[in-house]
Design a protein around this ligand. Structure first.
Ligand SMILES: Cc1cc2nc3c(=O)[nH]c(=O)nc-3n(C[C@H](O)[C@H](O)[C@H](O)COP(=O)(O)OP(=O)(O)OC[C@H]3O[C@@H](n4cnc5c(N)ncnc54)[C@H](O)[C@@H]3O)c2cc1C
Ligand code: SF4
Ligand code: SF4
Ligand code: SF4
Length: 387
């Protein structure tokens, strides 16, 4: 078993009947399992749930591809893309169900949590967190909720959805899963250090961080927004933030992401969601400004859910080729660059210097100047240049 292929899904830790497995951070800050040999009784349950050597069966279903926009303006605003997740979550919560997804804790660590009300779900789960989320004990908690006959919606990266199915050993009728189109995840330790660096810069604790703020900016630009303890807001394009820039360049991902076995159309969730990049090329008169989700229906259950929420969403069917064209992670994993070899070593050697190095580059300085040009003017200039 090659440890490089471990996705950190947490199924082994959740299944171990003797609590002999603990996910621990490696030198790059990614979590990997460690076994306490004294507690281990060689039952091999952990091997049976491990996705490195096992795979769940995928339902044979003729896939459907759609562009989706949530009709609820407030819900669309707080979502990263077109609000597909929230439309489905609302349906589940109205049926007294449970929605499980990734939220920030008080220290802005990304963790999977269970939510029971729409308000809690919006506050904690909405929006992409561009860092690997810790599953912790959520698979065990989901099993408990399922056994109470509650409807459970689980949202995560495909490796987390697969981890849950392997842990449960089956696909319960009352479980709905959404897998995200996923290019990769960066290390929780890198994110923690970056967040602390930003806190030192503003001399305050950061209470809230959004990777995909849309206010006055629109959807298609990656804009960060963060709020200090004094409720002051800092915002800017990803290019002005080293962590975010490197994340989008794909140079700080977990090793398993570069050979991800889920980066294709054999999706493990009932529904797949992502950004519908390029939607305007295929759909006439679509308003992309506030965000558009790409959704793929992978199962009968997924199809039924989309039918059930149809009054709250705008839906347009597209071809498979159109869905894939600008979303290459649906057909291949992100390429691993040479830069990845020494990335973490260099970053962690002297973190403060590493961050400052970036702000001293000419590209960064040009981008600072560009950032003063209002977005509306940028759009006009782009239109003039492109003709
Ligand atoms: C690490 C990562 C990589 C992604 N890569 C791509 C990509 O290559 N192409 C693409 O089209 N879309 C990608 N996405 C998905 C995209 O950013 C949006 O999350 C997605 O379109 C859903 O948007 P929404 O408007 O429906 O919902 P949102 O309100 O944005 O809901 C997001 C949902 O994602 C879950 N989530 C957030 N962060 C994480 C995380 N770190 N780990 C697990 N689950 C999380 C939340 O629980 C929530 O349920 C990625 C998302 C993440 C988190
Ligand atoms: S073999 Fe069994 S007891 Fe040992 S670590 Fe794996 S699950 Fe736990
Ligand atoms: S079950 Fe998941 S976390 Fe455990 S070794 Fe396998 S891939 Fe890694
Ligand atoms: S790229 Fe693959 S391995 Fe990496 S987080 Fe996404 S689904 Fe998991």
């Amino acid at each position: 078993m090659d440890v490089k292929n471990c996705t950190g899904c947490g199924a082994c830790e959740n299944i171990c009947p003797h609590n002999a497995i603990c996910l621990k951070s490696n030198e790059e800050g990614f979590l990997y399992p460690e076994v306490d040999e004294e507690r281990c009784i060689d039952c091999f349950l952990c091997n049976k749930v491990c996705q490195i050597e096992n795979k769940t069966e995928i339902e044979k279903f003729s896939k459907k591809y759609y562009a989706l926009i949530n009709k609820n303006e407030k819900h669309l605003k707080v979502s990263s893309s077109g609000g597909a997740f929230l439309a489905i979550a609302k349906y589940v919560l109205e049926k007294d169900g449970v929605v499980v997804g990734c939220g920030f804790d008080g220290e802005l660590k990304a963790v999977h949590i269970l939510t029971y009300t729409l308000d809690e779900c919006i506050r904690r789960l909405c929006g992409s967190k561009y860092v690997q989320s810790e599953i912790q004990e959520s698979y065990k908690k989901i099993k408990e909720e399922l056994s109470k006959r509650k409807i459970v919606l689980f949202v995560g990266t495909p490796c987390q959805v697969e981890g849950l199915y392997l842990f449960l050993k089956n696909k319960p009728e009352n479980l709905i899963t959404i897998d995200l189109i996923c290019h990769g995840v960066s290390s929780p330790l890198l994110w923690k250090k970056h967040k602390e660096y930003l806190e030192r810069k503003i001399n305050q604790k950061i209470n809230k961080y959004r990777f995909r703020g849309k206010e006055n900016i629109g959807w298609a630009l990656y804009y960060y927004y963060y709020y200090g303890a004094k409720n002051n807001c800092k915002k800017g394009p990803a290019i002005l933030d080293r962590y975010y820039t490197d994340f989008l360049k794909g140079i700080n991902y977990r090793e398993s992401c570069y050979s991800c076995k889920f980066a294709n159309l054999n999706r493990c969730g009932d529904i797949t969601i992502g950004d519908f990049w390029g939607a305007e090329k295929f759909i006439k008169n679509i308003d992309i400004h506030k965000g558009v989700s790409l959704i793929i229906i992978n199962s009968l259950k997924g199809n039924e859910i989309i039918k059930a929420i149809s009054s709250g969403i705008k839906l347009r069917e597209v071809k498979e080729t159109e869905a894939i064209q600008d979303n290459q992670n649906l057909i291949r994993p992100t390429s691993r660059s040479e830069e990845r070899n020494t990335y973490y070593e260099k970053a962690f050697n002297n973190f403060e210097l590493w961050e400052k190095e970036y702000t001293n580059t000419l590209t960064y300085k040009i981008n600072i100047l560009k950032n003063f040009v209002p977005v509306s003017l940028k759009k006009i200039l782009r239109r003039l240049i492109n003709g």
